[in-house]
Design a binder for this molecule. Structure first.
Ligand code: COA
Length: 707
């Protein structure tokens, strides 16, 4: 174990410099962002105009003409739009965040789909090399110690305030999501779920963790006789748990499988469980725990990044660790005996960025205070952890079989591809004087267009934590400018010159960056349109035509669902697609490489993750080549003319100079990552050919997986 953790920490060594985070300002408010501004409400006309310009190139001419009329009618003076807008303005006055509830219900709580793959993102850790089963328990004990440390920071409200990075850097961010990490629970409902938050004034703070092992659930008290267990105690208790879990005659059905089912199905199963007081006690313990630690059995011989991502997303189904989960709980730390480790998160409580911050704290804690455990204490006074008991009616057994079957279908259906693009990273992009995020988004548009010859509604999550109770809004990355660029890059007949393509690339990136700024400043259109729709519903008005229009459906079918989840520790995030014929594309830009996690469903004849990745890699190489070619020619011209490089990022620069900056000494230190070394185009092409399968190969691959 020491060697394995040592090796692992070596791979994380880039991050140790950022370990102490306590020098940052403690939160001065309740975490709800009391000192932050309220989310603004965009002007109705701005949103409607933007809606039309976002949709024009995604619709047929006929569809667009109809939509234009519908939108005009909605926005007419004295019309429905104005009425709803005035009501929204009132709502903004009266609420801390006018969209929060609407957004939460729409995005999560009303969604009836099963949480694994469809909703719960995961963080995948580097593969651990445990030499013996006890090594994985040491790892788990060490991590739980970190959780307890982190929980102390949260409980004492001394977690430092986050400040925005990247675009419009320096403003403080709402910290509310952090306080839900270890205290909330997503309760299933037959029509709508409820995000239950444990308020310490109402309920006692949880002082136990649930450990899942071989589909059994155990209560691990982390405070006994007013004393917090140390790492050695924790290891002793985990050791006891694995022994108890080994006893086959005491095995109870894998009730956790029920939580992997559709939300309505799980709500119904939970009602059935609640008939028995034994089950009520067990559910209560799970619902009030801090988090789960899932001690997984080995899953199989091959543990590539892609395989680990899939295992983290669905547990490998009933035959593997699919029942060793409780999906309603926001934080589930998975520690596999085979070294497959990570975190599964229930998404309604917080965003991926908060998950990353917490996870990085834990991993850095483990690096900063290496485990000194050699073996578990052989004799311990500690009471044995308690196994949760279930009484299962025949109906529950039937429901379990049905949940297992559905999870198995999900396992078979997930088409995952994790790819580390190593030819360049964000430093190269910054050198082009372009926003790395916008560049990657344009590359994703190019990838999709190459695969499918059309643009589609695209979602990119944009943080609105600059505002009170802020979560996210959408950056609609399928801009007209991106479409013009990708057409030029893919249509051989157009004979567009490199200079023209470069101009189009810059236009696409400028459009993307402008939309990003609109979104992070609370002026994007998705939350606004949602607010107008929900308000009409609340007022029991007939659904306005704009929300019944086909264009509105198209606009909300996010065939490409993307998100940047950067990390400073070696790990990556992934999630599933949000529509049956779509892709989930999560990316983690690093200074000299970018990790992509692409997901889709095998039963969709329209998608193939390997093919998408292939097109993405080709697109990134093509765009990189274009930048290199144009830069070298413009450098030559500049040398001749003695001019400076023209940049197309004036808007961003102006914005940034207007933003109140965080004091320099408080700025979060960015880990210094390795210098980018630009490879020659020829070198990169050779590597791409060897790293990615051909189109024919990927098709064969997908067909093979389907058969
Ligand atoms: N020239 C040179 N450098 C530039 C540049 C330009 N034109 N534009 C931006 N950069 C730099 C930035 O200053 C920043 O530098 P840093 O790495 O030193 O901080 C870096 O490039 C990254 O900026 P950029 O790529 O533009 O993106 P960003 O970091 O601002 O991120 C979003 C954009 C939309 C991803 C971000 O605002 C956000 O909302 N993130 C949250 C996403 C989320 O919620 N994910 C989880 C969902 S579950």
């Amino acid at each position: 174990m020491l060697i394995s953790l040592y090796l692992w920490t070596q791979s994380l060594s880039l991050c140790t410099a950022e370990m102490p985070v306590l020098d940052r300002e403690p939160s001065r408010d309740s975490g709800g962002g009391d000192g932050l501004p309220k989310l603004p409400l965009p002007a109705l006309k701005d949103t409607l105009d933007m809606y039309l310009s976002c949709m024009k190139h995604l619709l047929t001419e006929e569809q667009f003409n109809k939509t234009q009329n519908v939108v005009k009618q909605f926005g007419a003076p004295g019309g429905v739009g104005e009425l709803l807008q005035s009501k929204l303005m009132e709502r903004r006055e009266n609420k801390a965040n006018w969209v929060y509830e609407y957004w939460m219900n729409d995005m999560y709580l009303n969604n009836r789909l099963a949480l694994p793959v469809n909703s719960s993102p995961v963080m995948v850790f580097p593969l651990q090399h445990f030499r013996a089963p006890i090594d994985s328990l040491r790892f788990a004990a060490h991590m739980i110690s970190g959780v307890l440390e982190y929980k102390t920071l949260l409980d004492s409200r001394s977690l430092p305030v986050d400040y925005a990075r990247g675009q419009l850097a320096g403003t403080p961010l709402c910290m509310e999501q952090y306080y839900r990490l270890f205290t909330s629970y997503r309760l299933p409902g037959t029509e709508r779920d409820t995000l239950v938050a444990q308020e310490s004034s109402v309920m006692p703070e949880p002082e136990h963790i649930i450990v899942a092992c071989k589909n059994q659930f155990f209560v691990l008290d982390v405070v006994i006789n007013f004393r917090r267990l140390n790492e050695r105690d924790l290891l002793t208790q985990l050791d006891k748990i694995t022994r108890m879990a080994d006893s086959k005659e005491e095995h109870l059905p894998p009730i956790g499988l029920l939580t992997s089912d559709g939300r309505t199905e799980w709500a119904q199963a939970r009602s059935e469980l609640m008939r028995e007081s034994t089950n009520r006690d067990a559910l209560d313990m799970i619902e009030r725990c801090m988090c789960l630690v899932c001690l997984d059995d080995p899953s199989g011989p091959e543990l590539s990044d892609t395989t680990r991502a899939m295992l983290m997303l669905h547990g490998g189904g009933v035959a593997k660790n699919g029942g060793n989960r409780w999906y309603d709980k926001p934080m589930q730390f998975v520690v596999g005996a085979d070294g497959c480790c990570g975190v599964v998160c229930e998404h309604s409580a917080f965003e991926g960025i908060v998950l990353v911050q917490c996870t990085e704290y834990l991993l850095k804690y483990m690096i900063g205070s290496p485990s000194k455990l050699v073996r578990a204490a052989s004799v311990s006074e500690l009471p044995a952890p308690r196994r949760l008991r279930w009484k299962c009616s025949p109906e529950i057994h039937q429901l379990l079989a049905s949940s297992a079957d559905k999870l198995q279908r999900q396992v078979k259906n997930l088409d995952m591809n994790v790819y580390k693009f190593c030819d360049y990273g964000k430093e190269f992009i910054k050198k082009q004087k372009m926003s790395p995020d916008a560049y990657i988004q344009v590359a994703l548009q190019l990838a999709f267009y190459r695969c499918h010859s059309r643009p589609v509604s695209t979602y990119e999550s944009a943080s609105i934590r600059r505002f009170k109770q802020g979560r996210v809004d959408n950056i609609r990355s399928a801009t007209l400018e991106a479409l013009t660029f990708v057409k030029a890059m893919t249509d051989g007949k157009l004979h567009t010159s490199d200079t023209e393509k470069m101009e189009m690339l810059r236009d696409a990136i400028t459009a993307q960056t402008k939309y990003t700024i609109l979104s992070i400043t609370g002026m994007a259109i998705d939350n606004h349109l949602l607010g107008l729709r929900e308000l009409a519903h609340e007022l029991k008005m007939e659904k306005p035509e704009i929300f019944q229009d086909e264009a509105f459906l198209v606009s909300n079918q996010f065939i490409l669902s993307t998100s940047q989840v950067p990390t400073t520790v070696e790990m990556f995030c992934c999630y599933g697609p949000v529509v049956p014929n779509g892709y989930g594309a999560c990316y983690n830009p690093q200074s000299d490489h970018i990790i992509f996690s692409v997901s889709s469903f095998l039963d969709s004849p329209q998608t193939c993750s390997a093919e998408f990745v292939k097109c993405l890699v080709q697109g990134l190489m093509d765009i990189g080549d274009l930048c290199n070619k144009c830069n070298s020619s413009s450098n030559t011209t500049q040398k001749k003319q003695g001019q400076t490089l023209e940049t197309h990022t004036q808007t961003e620069t102006n914005w940034q100079s207007k933003t109140p900056q965080r004091p320099a000494d408080k700025t979060e230190t960015q880990q210094s990552l390795p210098q980018f070394v630009l490879k020659t185009p020829d070198q990169t092409k050779v590597e791409a050919q060897t790293q990615t399968p051909s189109l024919a190969e990927t098709r064969a691959l997908k067909n093979g997986s389907k058969s």
